[in-house]
Ligand binder design. Structure first.
Ligand code: BGC
Length: 513
């Protein structure tokens, strides 16, 4: 998932009146396609792994590198997206990332060797990282105040929908699609261009499902590119670049009334008076440093819950749990992806009512239970033909996913968007988002080795124990930010209140820098 950058500046908390125009929803939908693409790219690899492994005859280590190369690309993509989005604008950066998405997907599909596939996935990852940073930024800057929250939640939901769509499309190519005629058509036409050479070789090349799985993602990428061409630039970026008349014109097009547009413009101008100090604030202010470390810690925790072990390797886990056919493994994976979408609604419904921490405590308990029971099942001897044990393993996976989707999935992103003072928000969110991708890569590049060295039982017990430890981290260090203004969080943080109390804590201190 990605950075959610909340409305900032003095006008941040003021809801606006007026009717939301349909164009705003069109904008939301198109930009949220970036979330969908992001989810598609995260999800697609789980079904492709087995076919890539067979086709190239590579070992588990190489598969781990193929999985994680995209994630390292995303780390790089986030790091450069600040530069691009400032120079070229939010819209221009999303357009570039859509092109890289499309080109990267096609390069992956055509990769002639494992090394080429790793390089192509790194390239594609740059687009994923850029989109994960810029699309929510664009959404939060362009949506009128009254629908901002809804549009940003939609973006998060699109990621989980993207993941499940990728699982479904993988299932289609793995088990139902007849790839032979397609492969013949392509190879005939390419070979005709090459004077009739190499048709047989090409037919075999294009008849493997994984190339289609990875290549088909170019289609939604091109759709997003087309949609983005019609969308306006972010008014906040235009004001930043001193292009106020253009910003005003766009705001008038989007807002429910002229007065609302003028209030938005004044809000943007106010918030831009607060200079982004980024690294100098990090160097000079130990209270800000605490918030950055908290953001980094939260993202490490999100990834080390073990979520992406399941997202990237579910078919393999199901295989270890005794499901031997590809169809069983693929449909099991689709089930997990669907539960991931549905359980996200639990978080959306309750996070502002019950608060972030109770939801996280419940989530860690459920996730810990899911992982520990999966580990225990493997120790008891799963996969030896006892089908009820295999079903219990699926149930444990489902329990884990519910725990994640109702808590850490969305809430870690929400917290990371809330804890940084305005003058260091860009810097803080960049640090935490980069950490998310880097920790994600570490999990992706170690799981199969863990399975081979520790065995599945111990691997899942270890992840279960980590979830229990994270519960304690939350008790000791994480603030409850429900219903607290960003200004109040900032004031308490900079005044030196303990991290746990910068939200709804009892401490009332006088600010000092
Ligand atoms: C995480 C991703 C994960 C996704 C699963 C997001 O919040 O950041 O790493 O793949 O949830 O739904």
């Amino acid at each position: 998932m990605s950075a959610i950058i909340p409305p900032s500046g003095p006008s941040g908390a003021r809801p606006l009146s007026g009717r939301t125009k349909p164009i705003v929803y069109f904008i939301g939908l198109t930009a949220a396609l970036a979330g969908l693409l992001f989810g598609l790219d995260v999800g697609v690899i789980s079904g492709a792994n087995e076919f890539i492994q067979k086709d190239f005859g590579v070992d588990d280590r190489t598969i781990e590198n193929i999985v994680s190369s995209l994630l390292w690309g995303a780390v790089f993509g986030v790091l450069i997206s600040g530069f691009f989005s400032l120079r070229l604008g939010r819209r221009g950066t999303i357009l570039i990332s859509a092109l890289v998405f499309a080109a990267g997907s096609i390069c992956c599909a055509l990769a002639p060797s494992p090394g080429a596939l790793i390089a192509a996935r790194f390239f594609l990852g740059i687009a994923v990282g850029m989109a994960s940073f810029v699309a929510p930024l664009y959404l939060s800057e362009i949506a009128p105040q009254s629908v901002r929250g809804a549009l940003i939640s939609m973006y998060q939901l699109m990621i989980t929908i993207g993941i499940v769509l990728a699982f479904l499309s993988d299932t289609f190519f793995a088990t139902y699609a007849d790839l032979k005629p397609l492969a013949t058509t392509i190879s005939e036409s390419v070979s005709a261009m090459a004077g009739g050479r190499g048709q047989m070789v090409m037919e075999a090349y294009f008849a493997v499902p994984w190339r289609w799985m990875l290549g088909v993602i170019a289609v939604p990428a091109l759709l997003m590119f087309g949609g983005m061409l019609f969308l306006p630039e972010s008014p906040r970026w235009l004001v930043l670049k001193n292009r106020v008349p253009q910003a005003r014109e766009i705001l008038h097009r989007l807002a429910g009334s002229p007065a609302e547009a003028e209030r938005e413009l004044a809000g943007i101008e106010d918030s831009l008076k607060i200079e982004q100090k980024g690294f100098s604030l990090f160097r000079d202010n130990r209270h800000f440093r605490r918030a950055v470390f908290l953001g980094v810690g939260l993202q490490v925790i999100q990834q080390f819950t073990g979520i992406n072990v399941i997202m990237y390797y579910a078919p393999r886990i199901l295989h270890e749990a005794g499901f031997n056919t590809t169809a069983e493994q693929m449909w099991g994976t689709v089930l997990i992806g669907t539960i991931n979408v549905l359980a996200t609604f639990i978080a959306i419904a309750f996070v502002d009512r019950l608060g972030r921490k109770p939801m996280m405590y419940a989530g860690f308990t459920v996730m810990g239970f899911g992982m520990l029971s999966l580990g225990a099942l493997f120790h008891l001897g799963i996969g030896g033909g006892n089908i009820s044990m295999s079903y219990l393993a699926v149930a444990s996976l489902v329990v884990f996913i519910i725990g994640f989707a109702m808590s850490a999935g969305p809430i870690i992103w929400i917290l990371c968007a809330e804890i940084f003072p305005l003058a260091g928000r860009d810097f803080g969110i960049t640090c935490s988002t980069v950490t998310n991708w880097a920790a994600n890569a570490l999990v992706g590049m170690t799981f199969l080795t863990m399975l081979n060295v520790l065995g599945p039982g111990n691997t899942f017990l270890l992840y279960g124990a980590l979830n229990a430890a994270f519960f304690v981290f939350f008790l000791a260090l994480v603030p409850e930010t429900k219903g607290v203004s960003l200004e109040s969080i900032e004031q308490k943080l900079l005044a030196g209140a303990p991290l746990r109390e910068i939200g709804r804590g009892r401490t009332a201190l006088t600010p000092r820098s």
